[in-house]
Design a binder for this molecule. Structure first.
Ligand code: GDP
Length: 424
């Protein structure tokens, strides 16, 4: 059977930890979208790791880690990451890279930087990993699938054609150095040698595994609110972050996805720009940011301070609905133990009207949060393993939010480690 681990919010909900935990009982873990533009932080018996491209199942030796066709594959980053985990004593993972995955080209990263420079104050706050130029090229049909590395004559010819277009922009729009086809070809040949041992037909591999009764875990990157179609467009990522896309990005039948575990953080955080209705500022924000996550709310890829805010029931209910949630994993709850009382955003006020429906972007920008304040529990809940042993106000917080979002919270995460989990 297939399970998906996806995010309800803006990313950084703790999907890496939940995936790492669930991977214990899975055979195959698949990344199905996105690239090295966001990170998953995982803490386990080998140490603390920031993964960007490798699936969060790489720490077990019974699993196969798969890069699906939907991923933006940055080859050097992928192999550096692989080296960084084996250097720390993690056994070499079994890996498969889809022959249909596309490659992040060195110029995608340059174009990402140049475009953000050109936009200046109007920039998207991109992580400059080349993701937007990569997906633009994929859909413009001038991207490069991994299998194309193995047809050298066709590759050379296509590179020339693509570079012609890129060089016009480089010369006349960005005023930057031009690309050289021979140099790029040489780089791609290095990429070919690196990926060659791992390339395969992922869809056929998963089909066979499912027929053998194996368990496949789809690991999403970012969250619903960063989805290209259903998120806060245009301040979104350039791929679909929904579980539904897992079927496309891994090449499996949609009806095989039986469980959708939507990870939802006990407060809000976001990186990059865009409307953030329940955002906190000043000292209150600074304190939550400092205490947040595991060692503070700072981006796993960029180190940028994350924007933080109170839990947003409107955004999270929407986020869970679009994912098709069967289970909510409610994470990072331990962090809130310092608060006397905890505001929760229960609805938005837009043009004087109150609503619980998550709106389109131009209305979202006008939305003001309507808060309800719940009492805090004022103690450290890490180490608790039974739901009934949580303080009453903590259970009330969980149950209030469960009622507001309308999906069952079946897992509560109260610390960064694998063991810090309470099943309900
Ligand atoms: P992802 O992108 O969704 O995997 O999330 P990130 O890894 O970017 O951010 C989650 C951060 O919170 C990481 O530093 C995790 O180690 C940490 N984390 C995950 N779950 C918990 C939890 O229940 N409590 C605490 N304190 N930290 C957690």
């Amino acid at each position: 059977m297939v399970k998906a681990v996806v995010g309800a919010n803006w990313g950084d909900e703790g999907k890496g930890k939940i995936t790492d935990m669930l991977a214990k009982d899975a055979d195959i873990i698949v990344r199905f979208q996105g690239g090295a533009n966001a990170g998953h932080t995982i803490k386990n018996n080998y140490g603390k790791f920031a993964l960007h491209t490798l699936p969060s199942g790489v720490f077990y030796d019974h699993t196969t880690s798969v890069i699906g066709n939907g991923v933006a594959l940055n080859v050097p980053i992928f192999f550096n990451e692989l080296k960084s985990i084996t250097d720390k004593g993690v056994p070499k993972p079994k890996i498969m890279i889809s022959e249909r995955a596309q490659i992040v080209m060195p110029y995608h990263i340059l174009f990402d930087q140049y475009e953000e420079e050109r936009l200046g104050g109007k920039a998207f706050g991109s992580t400059k990993s080349g993701i937007a130029p990569f997906y633009s090229d994929k859909y413009a049909k001038i991207g490069f699938q991994v299998n194309e590395l193995f047809d050298e004559a066709a590759l050379k010819e296509k590179l020339k054609r693509v570079i012609e277009v890129k060089n016009v922009l480089l010369e006349h729009l960005y005023h930057k150095p031009l690309l050289d086809a021979d140099e790029l070809f040489a780089t791609l040949m290095e990429y070919k040698d690196m990926v060659a041992p791992y390339v395969g037909d992922v869809s056929a591999f998963i089909d066979k595994a499912l027929k053998e009764g194996k368990t496949v875990l789809l690991e999403g990157q970012l969250g619903t609110l960063k989805d290209t179609d259903h998120g806060i467009y245009p301040m979104v990522t350039s791929s679909n972050t929904l579980a539904a896309y897992g079927a496309v990005g891994a090449g499996l039948p949609p009806y095989e996805i039986k469980q959708i575990i939507t990870v939802c953080k006990a407060y809000s955080s976001a990186v990059g720009g865009g409307a953030f209705v329940s955002e906190l500022f000043g000292d209150e924000a600074e304190e939550l940011r400092r205490r947040g996550g595991d060692g503070g709310e700072y981006g796993a890829t960029t180190g940028r301070p994350r924007r933080v805010g109170w839990f947003d029931c409107v955004a999270s209910r929407y986020g869970c609905r679009l994912q098709g949630t069967t289970d909510v994993a409610f994470t990072v709850l331990d962090v809130l133990g310092y608060l006397d009382e905890i505001p929760v955003c229960v609805s938005y006020e837009i043009d004087g009207k109150e609503t619980k429906d998550f709106p389109v972007t131009h209305l979202l920008e006008k939305a003001k949060p309507v808060f309800k304040t719940l009492p805090g529990w004022k103690c450290d809940i890490t180490g608790i393993r039974k739901y009934e042993e949580l303080p009453e106000n903590c259970r009330k917080y969980i149950e209030f939010i469960e009622g507001e979002i309308g999906y069952p919270i079946t897992m509560v995460s109260n610390g960064p480690s694998r063991e810090d989990i309470i099943y309900r």
